[in-house]
Structure formats: structure tokens, C-alpha cells
Design a protein around this ligand. Structure first.
Ligand SMILES: Nc1ncnc2c1ncn2[C@@H]1O[C@H](COP(=O)(O)OP(=O)(O)OP(=O)(O)O)[C@@H](O)[C@H]1O
Ligand SMILES: [Mg+2]
Length: 349
């Protein structure tokens, strides 16, 4: 049998989802009814559902392809932080004529992700931007503290509730527990958010790839209408990064542990505040300038970012949301959403 490429696998899954769209197969015993289809990712679909008590929740349905290692469930079960989308429940179904197994991840429902926020509401005020950035670094810092690397941070994988200001990171479909000296594929993360060590082909990268991606998300919130680094392909991204932070020095190339040299011309760095559309918050620019650096070892860690003075206003409760409410960062408790600590129930349809 001809092996499926990721492109035609995506197409086949899409056809399948199209046929069953609005028909999320749910066993009555699971107690959920479908409300609407809210999104489609590379490997699955996300639905809004209602539970037996009338609560609206989200279900992400992911095809369990036996040829690919699926670490999402295992990692989601480990995570417990107010800025990470909590897994409330999960179950499997077996569907189709040649039955395939689908994993269903049940989580709280959010009104939007950061990419929708930019489209629907527009760039956030500087205070709201800092509230989002702070929570993003808290989430990333926590994930890294348990040695997990998200590997696909981007605006679409960050959920927000404009009414409460809460931000939660979602989609651990590419996440991995990094083991020192164990190589990882460099073809990971979405193009515009790929750290330079990935662009240069490193297979021994660390959690600092997430910090680069988080910085890209913040830059995009500042600019409001496009990503900071834009490229049609890997080489285009290398050029785009060089045009902003300057071309890499030989010691940068060494520090990135890639498998290719920089072959372009010498390019000097440009002023970050200027490429951020003349953004004038010096403290935030200072933080970002410590993140947009080639050497992963010189890049600040997510934890260090949470301590940066630019977030003092967030910690002091000075952020006012769109609705006039004051935002306080969620307390670092483990019971925030009254998580349902049920273990998996498996129901095959
Ligand atoms: N709990 C939720 N509440 C509201 N929307 C959600 C929720 N979870 C996911 N979504 C929406 O569904 C989209 C796809 O979800 P997710 O990123 O988890 O799936 P994916 O298949 O891994 O996506 P991709 O491969 O495109 O990154 C998200 O970008 C977001 O817009
Ligand atoms: Mg996603």
C-alpha cells in the first residue's frame, strides 16, 4: 500500500470530517451532545458540546494513527497549571467501515484563541498585552519545569477569554518530554514561530524554542496585523530573522548546533522598537531583545521572563480589561477549574 503523505492524510481526514461534520459521534453514555464544530487542526477537529448539566465544553477529536507516536494524552494528563487548558475527561471511539480509533479530549470552552482575538478585537492595549504575555510565560515556565517542550506555540494555540483576561495554552499535540542527548526532529513548530536553531537544523534543541515562539506571539500582538518574522520557506525565514536581529556570527552558528552555515550577506541588526511599528514601551522592548537572540543559552528562560520588571504592573493589579474589570493573574492553585478528577472511561461506538 502506498504510504500516505502528511498532505494527503490531511486531505483524507478532512473528507472524513466533512462527511461526519455536525455528526461528532458520541455515545449517549458519554453524556455530551454536539453544539457546533469550532475548528479543524491538522490531525483533528474541535467541537463545542454540552454536558448533561447544560455546561458548554470543548471536545478535541484526534485520529489515533498507529504509525505516529501520540504523546498528547499522556502529556495533557501530567499538566496542572491555571494557564494551561485543563483536561477534564477523555474517551476513545472506534469509527468507520475500516474502524479507526479516535481520542476525544474534553476541556473547558474558550470564546477565542489569540489569532481570533486579533481579528475580532484588534491589538490589545499595552496593559492587556502584558497580562497576556505574563500568563503565557507562566504557562511556558511551568511546562518547562516538568521538562516538557510544547514545540508549537503560536497565536492559534493560545486561548483567551477577553471578559476575564484569562489565557490558557492549548494543543500539546506536538509536545515532547525532552531527554538530554536524545535527538528530536528539527522539522517542528509552525514556520513563523520557529526558533533559529530549528531553522538551522538542530536536533539537539532545548525548551528555549518555546521562549522564542512566545516572544514571536507577543511581537505579533504588538504589531497587530502580521507575524514579526515572515518567510515562504525555511531559507526565507532565515533571511527574515537576519533582517531584524542581524546575520548570525560564527559563535551563534556554533551555539545553535545546526547542520548548516549562514550563506547570506552580512546584515546589521535593526532597532526592535522600529520593527515593532515604533512601539514605545522600553521595558517590554528590553525583554523581547533578550529573547530574540540566536544563542539558545543566551536567551532568557520563561521563568526569568516572569520576573522581568515589565510585568510589575500586572502583578500589582493595574490591568483594566475591555469591560472595565480589573485583571489579577490567577492564583497558582491546582484547583482553578474545579477539575473533574475522573479517570478515563473508554467507550467504543
Ligand atoms: N477549549 C477550546 N475552546 C475553544 N476553542 C478551542 C479549544 N480548543 C481548541 N480550540 C480551537 O480549535 C483550534 C484547533 O485546536 P488544536 O490546536 O488543539 O488542534 P490541532 O488539530 O492540534 O491544531 P493544529 O494542528 O492546527 O495546530 C484552536 O486553534 C482553537 O481555535
Ligand atoms: Mg493547534
Amino acid at each position: 500500500m502506498k504510504p500516505k503523505t502528511s498532505k494527503n492524510r490531511e486531505k483524507n481526514d478532512y473528507n472524513y470530517l466533512k462527511q461526519t461534520d455536525g455528526l461528532l459521534l458520541l455515545d449517549k453514555a458519554c453524556g455530551f451532545s454536539l453544539v457546533r464544530h469550532i475548528g479543524r487542526g491538522t490531525f483533528g477537529a474541535v467541537f463545542e458540546v454540552q454536558d448533561s448539566t447544560g455546561h458548554h465544553l470543548s471536545i478535541k477529536k484526534v485520529l489515533q494513527d498507529p504509525r505516529f507516536k501520540n504523546r498528547e494524552l499522556e502529556i495533557c494528563q501530567k499538566l496542572d497549571h491555571p494557564n494551561i487548558l485543563p483536561l477534564l475527561h477523555y474517551f476513545f471511539t472506534k469509527e468507520g467501515i475500516r474502524p479507526e480509533i479516535y481520542l476525544h479530549l474534553v476541556t473547558p470552552l474558550f470564546p477565542m484563541d489569540l489569532s481570533m482575538y486579533l481579528k475580532l478585537i484588534g491589538p490589545p492595549s499595552n496593559y492587556i498585552l502584558k497580562a497576556f504575555a505574563f500568563q503565557l510565560f507562566c504557562a511556558v515556565s511551568y511546562v518547562h519545569s516538568i521538562n516538557v517542550c510544547h514545540r508549537d506555540l503560536k497565536p492559534k494555540n493560545v486561548l483567551v477569554d477577553p471578559g476575564s483576561g484569562l489565557l490558557q495554552v492549548c494543543d500539546f499535540g506536538s509536545a515532547k518530554s525532552l531527554v538530554p542527548n536524545e535527538p528530536s526532529v528539527s522539522y517542528i513548530a509552525t514556520r513563523n514561530y520557529r526558533a533559529p536553531e530549528l531553522l538551522y537544523g538542530s536536533t539537539s534543541y532545548g525548551t528555549s524554542i518555546d521562549v522564542w515562539a512566545a516572544a514571536c506571539i507577543i511581537a505579533e500582538l504588538i504589531i497587530g496585523k502580521r507575524a514579526l518574522f515572515l518567510g515562504e520557506n525555511n531559507d526565507g525565514m532565515i533571511q527574515s530573522v537576519a533582517q531584524i536581529i542581524g546575520s548570525p556570527k560564527p559563535e551563534d552558528i556554533k551555539a545553535m548546533k545546526g547542520n548548516k552555515p549562514y550563506t547570506g550577506p552580512y546584515i546589521p541588526p535593526v532597532k526592535l522598537s522600529v520593527v515593532l511599528d515604533n512601539y514605545n514601551d522600553d521595558q517590554m522592548v528590553d525583554l523581547l531583545s533578550r529573547l530574540f537572540v540566536y544563542s539558545p543559552l543566551k536567551r532568557m528562560t520563561a521563568y526569568e521572563c516572569t520576573l522581568h520588571p515589565c510585568f510589575d504592573c500586572v502583578k500589582r493589579g493595574e490591568v483594566i480589561l475591555h469591560n472595565g474589570k480589573r485583571f489579577f493573574p490567577p492564583a497558582d492553585t491546582k484547583t482553578n477549574f474545579g477539575r473533574i478528577k475522573t479517570l478515563a472511561s473508554t467507550c467504543y461506538i
